[in-house]
Design a binder for this molecule. Sequence first.
Ligand SMILES: [Zn+2]
Length: 397
Amino acid sequence: MVGADQAPSDATLDWVRRLIGFDTTSRRSNRALIDAAAEYLGAQGCDMTLTTSDDGAKANLFATLVPSSGQRTGGLVLSGHTDVVPVEGQAWTSAPFTAVLRDRRLYGRGSCDMKGFLGVALALVPAFRGMALKEPVHFALSFDEEVGCIGAPLMIADLAARAVRPRACIVGEPTLMQPVIGHKAIRLFRCRVQGRPAHASLPQEGANAIEYAARIIVFIRGLADSLGSKPRGHDFHPPYTTMSIGQVSGGTAANIVAEHCEFVFEHRSLPDEDDDRIEQAIRSFVSREILPEMRTAYPLADVTLEQLATVPAFAGDALEPFTRLVEELTGASAGYVSYCSEAGQFREIGIPTVICGPGSIEQAHRADEWIALGQLAACERFLIDAVDRVCGNAYHG
Ligand SMILES: [Zn+2]
């Protein structure tokens, strides 16, 4: 491993700084960043494919650095998301979208999650070109990862449709350069409760959407407690499927029976969890306990449950040759994380995948997000070695 006192190249620092400079908060367009990366990768001779959101405001970029042999199949994917989480409400010491170097750390939104990794990958293109590779290096830059891994599936479906079959994929989420081969799945839902308003002095004439929503929330809490009472996924922290209510809104005023209430909740499941069974338990509670009572007060009362996003679990393989290779190159054994990523989506189309990237998840999503220069240097070394081993001629995984 490269020591913590090592410094990354100027090219890496320039790219990471440049990427941080694009405000790619998930709700905004990422096109300026994608255009800059595409212009550079195109000039370096890469083939490129864009897949976009319906309105075209956001894009994934899949670029392939084709070796002199002309081979476009096989090779290694270096994957990262371009979007970042919001900075609103956070107390930043310096402007979040201007990279600042202090105490051997580079500060800025996305420095760690995950423009550090992307900057290293982009800066290394000239080095990869000089390596006389047999197989291609692919760069997969996605949108809308932070809001439910919504962008990458479009790009991954396009790979499958075009029969692009890479040998392996590195997802560069922050792991302190340790290999990670598993995380939980996420399903995110919105529940909308439609009641009937009334004067608060006559609650029996209305159907109080907030009160019914509260009962559904208590039911979900109970479901979560029962899942938590049987820990069985001992590679994961915590070792069971979790559920959490994230947002609630509803009602008009203290003296009005609430007509509307909605809340958003998610569950994070072990890879072998029966997610449909969890959803079904909530739906049958609503149709058994909530709707009949609401509808005796108001026949048009309704409760809808809408799935907003789903991210598959990532269940990598500790014995797979690519996992072994990443363990060998990093000198660390493969582990598991609590956060989600696009790794399960790559794995779903049969690409051996390991999450391994610079920086710590502890620094992600916070004010004054930073990445240590030593981590960027370690990532440079790792990507050179990984590309050499997978895209050179020594790899048979
Ligand atoms: Zn991330």
